[in-house]
Design a protein around this ligand. Structure first.
Ligand code: EZ4
Ligand code: CO
Length: 403
């Protein structure tokens, strides 16, 4: 058996913070898993170092399922983003090792390729509708077949998804949370105008997406969904917070705009009612925040029998290791929908050498054994951790709101 002899956590900040778990076997084969939880990085690092790694040493690296169950059921305190990100890191590192030992790219172990490549969507954003459309036109020219549109809201100094850096978006912009201001009344009329202009400029042969980032009530989301219907959006994302899964019944009753939810979910239990009742169209859980490949297989299986497709989160704060693992999953999973792709900076990309490549609006995970992503430890050591928090939102009268 390939016995686990070493495991360590690497925290690095090549432009932004990433937490990576590296597991090594007695034969010297190693695997890596992403454990990054934006703004809470050190909590996961401690969970791994203090509570998980000591229990891994000496185990059989091939027993991925047993180790997963040990860390989930065996912990007594189940679920939560910190725990599930730590489990995901172990799971992905072990799948990486298993595939390397087999001499196969990971997607072959999952069941082989179901498609030629993985359609991704990029992010067009701007302070005004005109600027956002210009960005979207540029994305289309780069070959993208699907584009997310976010635009500034007149009367609000800043809003989610609109950044100064065009290709890279980093919401964790200060050591302590920045305070933003939100107004749903100002936001709601803006998005249909954006979509109307986008369809005029881009035509019908491109998918258009939008992220409401948990800011609407169910009835407001229903209104927005109806207003967007003439422009046939690919999806409306995170229309309302999903702690109360039944909220989506109300949105569903009113609109045919497809709904996508789940980037903050950490287990199948967060999505069970949404999927069972077919209240959503795309499930956005990620490899890193929802228990790894082993757990996402269960979520995707439940989704498949309920006509829900995958549309995994792929923001810059998910490391290239998570992206690589997600692409193997996406290439295999029968009910694939789309994959989000926010580019990493060149500084991040060199710390994480990777086999995946972009062409014609799609990514391919490559044919390297394992998931095809590694970490350059010497380079990583040059970028020490820097505290960074996600913003908070307040309404114009100061009421604390969802960000
Ligand atoms: O705000 O990953 O669809 N993408 C998103 C992201 C999230 C960040 C939070 O860390 O909503 O930009
Ligand atoms: Co989102």
């Amino acid at each position: 058996m390939p016995k686990i002899t070493d495991a360590k956590v690497i925290v690095t900040c090549p432009g932004r913070n990433f937490v990576t778990l590296k597991i090594t076997t007695e034969d010297g084969v190693h695997g890596v898993g992403d454990a990054t939880l934006n703004g809470r990085e050190l909590a996961v690092a401690s969970y791994l170092t203090d509570h998980v790694i000591p229990t891994l040493i000496g185990r059989d690296a091939h027993q991925i399922e047993d180790i997963w169950q040990f860390l989930y059921r065996g912990a007594y305190w189940r679920r939560g983003p910190v725990t599930m990100s730590a489990i995901a890191a172990v799971d992905v590192a072990l799948w990486d090792i298993k595939a390397k030992l087999a001499g196969l790219p990971l997607y072959q172990l999952l069941g082989g390729a179901s498609r030629s490549d993985v359609m991704v969507y990029g992010h067009a954003n701007g302070a005004t509708i005109e600027q956002t459309i210009d960005e979207a036109v540029a994305y289309k020219a780069m070959g993208y077949k699907a584009i997310r549109l976010q635009t500034g809201v007149p009367g609000l100094p800043s809003t989610y998804g609109v950044s100064k850096d065009k290709l890279f978006y980093e919401p964790a912009d200060a050591a302590l949370p920045t305070e933003n201001v939100w107004s749903t009344a100002k936001y709601l009329p803006t998005v249909p105008k954006l979509f109307e202009a986008a369809r005029k400029a881009l035509g019908d042969d491109v998918h258009l997406l939008h992220d409401a980032h948990h800011r609407l009530t169910p009835i407001e989301a229903a209104r927005l969904g109806k207003d967007l219907e003439p422009y046939r959006p690919f999806w409306l994302e995170d229309a309302t917070p999903a702690e109360n899964q039944a909220s989506f019944r109300l949105i569903r009753q009113h609109t045919t705009t497809p709904l996508a939810v789940g980037e903050v979910f950490n287990s199948i239990w967060d999505a069970k009612q949404l999927i069972d009742e077919q209240l959503i169209d795309y499930i956005r859980t990620t490899i890193v925040h929802a228990g790894g490949i082993s757990h996402l297989k269960r979520i995707a299986g439940l989704a498949e029998i309920n006509n829900v497709k995958t549309g995994f989160h792929g923001a810059t704060d998910l490391s290239p290791v998570c992206m690589g693992a997600a692409l193997h999953f996406d290439l295999w999973v029968p009910n694939f929908g789309i994959q989000e792709y926010m580019r990493h900076t060149a500084q991040t990309d060199v710390v994480f050498p990777h086999a995946y490549t972009f062409k014609d609006g799609a990514l391919h995970p490559g044919e390297a054994p394992g998931h095809g992503v590694d970490i350059d430890e010497a380079l990583a050591a040059k970028y020490p951790y820097r505290p960074a928090s996600l913003p908070v939102n307040r309404l114009e009268d100061g009421t604390l709101f969802n960000w």
